[in-house]
Design a protein around this ligand. Structure first.
Ligand SMILES: C[S@@+](CC[C@H](N)C(=O)[O-])C[C@H]1O[C@@H](n2cnc3c(N)ncnc32)[C@H](O)[C@@H]1O
Length: 204
């Protein structure tokens, strides 16, 4: 909790937002409508909407995250390019129906979701990301089924203790799911604390 406003607070978001922004500035330079999946506290949504005023940021979340996210966004009245959050649980039909976005962002969700949820998320992306759209996914990944650091190994153990269906995903599997959704990996950016920012382009 943030002592000042009582809303949920993520120190990790504060630590990673500038490094992520440095990639999004180029990756989302032509974007006009960004859909974020699993916005969590909304700190990323507020920061990126403020720093990227040429686009509209559409946050979303589900479950217990949603109400405080809506509150944080509704308090940010100075940001007219920040939309009120959508309720998106990737296992349910997405409420944006036939709407297409030209960019998609999600941070620290793929290792929290079960594999079935990750597959559903890519299915949703295939429906809602326009041709030529850019998809940026932030988080830890394994390479050829190996951890990229001791801290990621410990994190994965912790994740699985909390929920056996969670876990750090193999980048090769994510690239496969992306390909099925018509997306090609354009960049695998190194981020602080052994995280990556994967940048995909929707081609077909
Ligand atoms: C660790 S939090 C990350 C939040 C935020 N993106 C961040 O970087 O701090 C994991 C997020 O995944 C979301 N999530 C988990 N299961 C989901 C599902 N089935 N559909 C959509 N989002 C989901 C959670 O609601 C939560 O917002």
């Amino acid at each position: 909790m943030n002592q000042a406003d009582g809303l949920p607070y993520s120190q990790a978001c504060e630590n990673n937002k500038q490094a992520i922004l440095s990639v999004l500035r180029h990756g989302f330079a032509q974007a006009t409508q960004v859909l974020e999946i699993g916005s969590g506290t909304g700190q990323h949504a507020l920061y990126f909407a403020e720093q990227l005023p040429h686009l509209t940021w559409q946050p979303s979340d589900q479950g217990a995250y949603l109400a405080p996210l809506c509150l944080r966004v509704s308090l940010a009245t100075h940001l007219d390019n920040l939309a009120l959050p959508l309720t998106i649980d990737v296992m349910q039909p997405w409420p944006c129906e036939s709407q297409q976005f030209d960019a998609l962002f999600s941070a620290n969700t793929l290792h929290i979701m079960s594999k079935a949820m990750v597959e559903a998320m890519f299915e949703g992306i295939s429906q809602h990301l326009a041709l030529g759209g850019v998809c940026c996914l932030y988080g830890p990944f394994n390479y050829q089924q190996a951890y990229s650091s001791a801290s990621n190994r410990e994190f994965d153990t912790w994740l699985k203790t909390r929920d056996p269906l969670s876990g750090i995903r193999d980048i090769e599997w994510i690239i496969q799911l992306a390909a099925r959704a018509g997306m090609r990996l354009m960049a695998d950016n190194e981020m602080p604390a052994n995280n990556r920012l994967l940048q995909f382009l929707k081609e077909a």
